[in-house]
Design a protein around this ligand. Structure first.
Ligand SMILES: NC(=O)c1ccc[n+]([C@@H]2O[C@H](COP(=O)([O-])OP(=O)(O)OC[C@H]3O[C@@H](n4cnc5c(N)ncnc54)[C@H](O)[C@@H]3O)[C@@H](O)[C@H]2O)c1
Ligand SMILES: [Zn+2]
Length: 376
């Protein structure tokens, strides 16, 4: 399946395929085969680099391999500098494609190096996590973390090809797969009723890693993101709706501790929270929407309530630090209905009510909590 993306003057395809077969030839449609550099990490490299290298060689490419360290903690300026130096030592030029093989961490880091070395060399994203397939590999945002916060240094650099080989997901741990489901739920809510209903119907198959079901949601998510990115490639306005669920999600991640709850799980909870808050404000078209989303999250193995013992005051403080807060007002992405996402501003004084809308295990919670995937 080939999904075209047009963004900021660039046009490229996202290919959702079973494996790597055809990647080399597809890349050769863009430029004459020659040297290229595959950058991966010590976790993904041993699992998937050999197949990618064989595919590239079979299509007359001459790949070299570089490694970056794995993990969010290594998505740093130091890793970026080491990679840029590695690329310069490898004597890349403006015709040398750099292929990022790995999850979103590797994609963001390699993407930023490709954006900056020689002021930009061709980038190919080869995402190997569900999250990277449905989210981070599409849209051209690249970057690294700093001690001041996540993703604060980076560049927009559109890839010239994205190749999502679903077979690579076979080695992905369940918890990482779930993380991707969090962003999938976000995308189907943005896309609309039909996508949401399809995802509900596919939930058991998705949990069981059924290849057709995964292909369906990956392609649908990519289309959703591609359409929004095409409208607003540099996030001047509408693209902000992709932050749905992230205001509360980032706060939950920060307060629970990165790694205790994963990003996609926190985003799912954030989505539930903001939808329930919107219900309280009378902003929802259908009052049953929060319960419907909670059921979908449960069916996908995502948490349906905030882990016990999380400090509400800490969450309120963490929301206050959210990047989207301006002049005492908080910008909030509100799912008024499937397919109808609104940007609203709420007063800072409303933040406690927003946090309290998160589903919790408290007895007073109107929506019965379900067993969740969360584990301490
Ligand atoms: N650029 C964007 O638009 C954008 C959007 C969303 C998220 N992100 C970024 O993405 C990052 C998160 O990405 P992620 O969730 O993919 O995490 P990740 O890259 O850390 O991957 C999770 C773990 O799984 C391993 N892994 C990857 N593929 C595997 C496979 N097929 N089999 C076995 N193990 C595998 C990784 O090496 C890592 O250890 C964050 O840094 C976030 O900021 C960026
Ligand atoms: Zn996210």
């Amino acid at each position: 399946m080939r999904i075209p993306v047009v963004a900021a003057g660039a046009a490229y395809d996202v290919v959702v395929a079973e494996a790597f077969g055809g990647l080399g030839a597809t890349l050769a449609e863009r430029r004459e085969p020659g040297r290229c550099v595959v950058v991966t990490n010590p976790v993904v490299g041993p699992l998937h680099a050999a197949a990618l290298l064989a595919e590239l060689r079979g299509a007359r490419w001459l790949p070299e391999v570089l490694e970056v360290p794995d993990g969010e903690a290594n998505k740093t300026l130091a890793s970026w500098q080491a990679l840029v130096e590695g690329l310069l030592v490898a004597r890349v030029d403006r015709q040398t494609p750099i292929l990022a093989l790995g999850g979103g961490v590797t994609g963001d880091l390699v993407g930023f190096a490709a954006a900056s070395v020689l002021r930009g060399v061709p980038l190919v994203q080869v995402p190997t996590t569900l999250l990277a397939m449905v989210d981070s590999s599409v849209g051209g945002k690249t970057g690294v973390n700093t001690p001041h916060g996540k993703n604060l240094v980076g560049a927009f650099h559109q890839p010239e090809l994205v190749w999502a080989a679903l077979d690579t997901l076979r080695t992905l741990p369940d918890a990482e797969l779930r993380c991707g489901f969090g962003e999938v739920v976000k995308h189907v809510v943005i896309r609309g009723e039909q996508a949401l209903a399809a995802c509900e119907a596919l939930a058991p198959a998705l949990l069981a890693r059924d290849a057709d079901a995964l292909a369906h949601v990956v392609a649908d998510s990519v289309r959703t993101k591609a359409e929004i990115v095409a409208e607003d490639p540099l996030e001047a306005g509408r693209r902000a709706i992709l932050n749905l669920g992230h205001t509360l999600g980032h706060a939950i991640e920060a307060v629970c501790g990165y790694g205790v709850i994963r990003h996609g799980e926190a985003v799912a909870l954030g989505l539930l929270g903001v939808t329930r808050y919107a219900a309280g404000r009378g902003w929802l078209v259908e009052p049953g929407f929060p319960a419907r989303l909670q059921a979908l999250c449960g069916a996908l193995g995502l948490p349906t309530h905030v882990p016990p013992g999380v400090d509400t005051a800490a969450l309120v403080a963490a929301v206050g630090f959210d990047k989207k807060r301006t002049r005492g007002m908080l910008r909030l992405v509100v799912p008024s209905a499937p397919g109808r996402i609104d940007l609203r501003s709420i007063a800072a004084e409303e933040v406690p009510a927003l946090v309290e809308a998160l589903p919790s295990l408290a007895a007073s919670d109107p929506v019965a909590p379900r067993a969740s995937s969360w584990s301490p």
